[in-house]
Write a protein that binds this ligand. Structure first.
Ligand code: AMP
Ligand code: MG
Length: 416
């Protein structure tokens, strides 16, 4: 049996090689920055300007020459008013400028005193202010280039663009961004027992929960998705669907039928239409995982679609998607950081029976800063994934006693 790490290393190697071989402009597109949320940056970006672009004030108050205010109660004439977005004129010695947050510091000023430390006064010959604070040089001034210097690399190729990356790109004026083309993913579900919600449940049937779960996972990752629905448990139907799916997709994902029973047709179908590695991975849940490729046509120049066959048990399917499919899909798009960080947390439960496999236990954070375990860890019990906040990555052969430190992978880091 393969370890989780070995299986993942193999998958990431294959995805990385494919991404490198296809790293051409043909697989990039230029998108308005406003539409690039969730996409993967295809080319590193540098800033063409300083951010902030000019020295500006962090407070509402008065722009001053610090030397004029050294006494701690200087009465000075207000010579100008500078709202944000407006440009003042040079500050004459002995005068101050009324100034508002974000406004450019006028030449000659070297500090800002916040309005709370000042007493304004209207006199016959104009406005005056008594400054009751001796500011340090540069006080309350945000310097040009304090955040970003012209020429600095702000976003690296392979970064997934989230809200904060989009904000950063916009702050340096980038109106559009080169992003990796979305992956085209085909999915189908094997199992003659499967019915769709909305249909009556005949004897022996169950609802196709994996269809909803896997589609949700795929939508969160942001791909172009084709759903071929439920495919009958026959070799011919499975082969036919694989052929149709391979033509215009980068990756085919299936649910169920990956064991080696008489009703499991995934293995022979993929072998007939391409190549397959059937892996027994030392992981629980999710032991069988199929990985391979399906030819696009009889012409080898057309290449292939990758294939990943997930087990039918819903929790196995969910966990194998998170552990293997998600990082594979991200690496195919050139993403560097594809594995989320796990957190060391305290177990508030006992898990006295060690397993020979690396287990991924559904657990929930409690208010005491520890983890509680869901009572039924069976691979068919989807309730555990709804109750839980994430997975405990428990090494093979490891028991857990209350108070032990375990490694926790929150769903929040795995589902996006
Ligand atoms: P299989 O991997 O096809 O042997 O299926 C293993 C178990 O998962 C069986 O109990 C199936 O009924 C169940 N199963 C298979 N596909 C699905 C699905 N799409 N939704 C829910 N359960 C499924
Ligand atoms: Mg089946």
């Amino acid at each position: 049996m393969l370890t989780v790490a070995a299986a993942r290393a193999f998958l990431l190697g294959a995805a990385g090689a494919h991404a490198a071989a296809h790293h051409t402009h043909a697989v990039h597109e230029i998108l308005p920055t406003l539409e690039a949320n969730g996409r993967v940056l295809a080319v590193s970006q540098a800033s063409q300007l300083d951010v902030p672009p000019m020295d500006n004030t962090q407070m509402d108050g008065y722009a001053v020459r610090a030397a004029d205010c050294a006494s701690g109660s200087a009465r000075l004439k207000v010579s100008q008013r500078i709202p944000a977005g407006h440009v003042g004129s040079a500050l004459l010695p002995g005068t101050v400028a009324r100034i508002f947050t974000g406004a450019m510091i006028p030449p000659g000023a070297d500090a800002v005193v916040m309005q709370e430390a000042c007493e304004a006064e209207k006199a016959a010959d104009g406005d005056y202010v008594t400054v009751r604070h001796a500011p340090a040089d540069g006080e309350w001034i945000r310097r040009a280039g304090e955040d970003i210097r012209t020429g600095a690399e702000i976003l690296v190729v392979g970064t997934r663009l989230r809200a904060q990356e989009l904000g950063l790109a916009a702050s340096v004026g980038l109106a559009s961004l080169p992003v990796v083309r979305k992956l085209r993913v085909a999915v189908f579900f094997t199992g003659d027992e499967l019915a769709m919600p909305g249909e009556p449940l005949k004897p022996g049937a169950i609802y196709n929960s994996n269809r909803f779960m896997l589609r949700g996972l795929l939508e969160n990752l942001g791909c172009t998705l084709t759903d071929f629905g439920i495919v009958p448990d026959t070799l011919e139907a499975t082969r036919d669907t694989l052929r149709r799916a391979a033509r215009e997709h980068d990756l085919i994902i299936t649910s169920g039928g990956v064991s080696v029973g008489e009703e499991d047709h995934i293995k022979p179908a993929v072998e007939a239409e391409g190549r397959l590695n059937m892996w027994q991975i030392a992981v629980k849940p999710g032991k069988p995982l199929a990985f391979g490729e399906v030819r696009r046509s009889i012409d080898p120049a057309d290449g292939h679609a990758f294939f990943m066959g997930l087990p039918g048990n819903p929790v196995s399917s969910f966990v194998t998607f998170l552990l293997f499919v998600r990082p594979f899909m991200l690496r195919l798009q050139g993403v560097r950081d594809v594995l989320p960080k796990s957190f060391a947390m305290r177990a508030d439960f006992a898990w006295p029976k060690a397993d020979r496999r690396n287990e991924f236990l559904r657990a929930r954070m409690n208010e005491q800063g520890g983890l509680d375990l869901f009572g039924n860890q069976s691979s068919g019990v989807l309730t555990s994934t709804v109750w839980g906040d994430g997975l405990i990555d428990n090494p093979a052969g490891q028991t857990i006693a209350p108070g032990d430190t375990v490694q926790f992978l929150p769903f929040s880091a795995l589902l996006g």
